[in-house]
Design a protein around this ligand. Structure first.
Ligand code: NI
Length: 181
């Protein structure tokens, strides 16, 4: 098992719509295992394939009941409203109080090719919605209201200005040490 670097805000891979998965092979199973390890290492409760640079429709999650993997997920029903302080591993250190549907019903496929049909509430429902957004190239900042979004962009712009050069500096070495081997 290995962990991957998590792509962060500004990386164009986070803005692409990921492709459907047609079949499951050994490499995909290994990728899912590595994504779970990367999620735990972060730590986070969900991780979508584009966040490690893989443009395929798969995410992993664990909101406290053990890990799960979903391929080609889609939300087939949603209702209610729930406010939650939502963050993203690709936008580290920031989070926003955000209202989304409280309950969703998720359809998809697991690694064994079984059809999934999951009723999710609150945190699990939020996780599913957030990860499917990633597969559509949508980041949480696009779900914010005007005022939240302006403030978020101000902070992210400042952060980009303050960041050390991406290659060669000490931060670059620390990150590359976590690349898959
Ligand atoms: Ni995220």
């Amino acid at each position: 098992m290995a962990t991957y670097d998590i792509r962060t805000f500004g990386d164009p891979v986070l803005r692409q719509r990921a492709a459907d998965i047609e079949d499951v092979d050994e490499a995909l199973v290994r990728l899912a295992e590595d994504m779970i390890e990367t999620m735990y290492d972060a730590p986070g409760v969900g991780l979508a394939a584009p966040q490690i640079g893989v443009e395929r429709r798969m995410f992993v999650y664990d909101v406290g009941d053990g890990p799960g993997v979903v391929l080609n997920p889609r939300i087939v029903e949603s209702d209610g409203e729930w406010s939650y302080d939502e963050g993203c591993l690709s936008i580290p250190g920031l989070s926003w109080e955000l209202v989304r549907p409280k309950r969703v019903r998720l359809a998809g496929v697991d690694l064994d090719g079984n059809e999934l049909d999951v009723d999710a509430d609150e945190l699990l429902a939020r996780c599913f919605q957030h990860e499917i957004d990633h597969l559509d190239g949508v980041l949480v900042v696009e779900r914010l209201d005007e005022a939240q979004r302006k403030e978020a962009m101000r902070v992210l712009r400042q952060r980009a200005l303050d960041a050390p050069p991406p290659r060669g500096g000490p931060a670059g070495r620390v990150l590359s040490a976590r690349s898959p081997s």
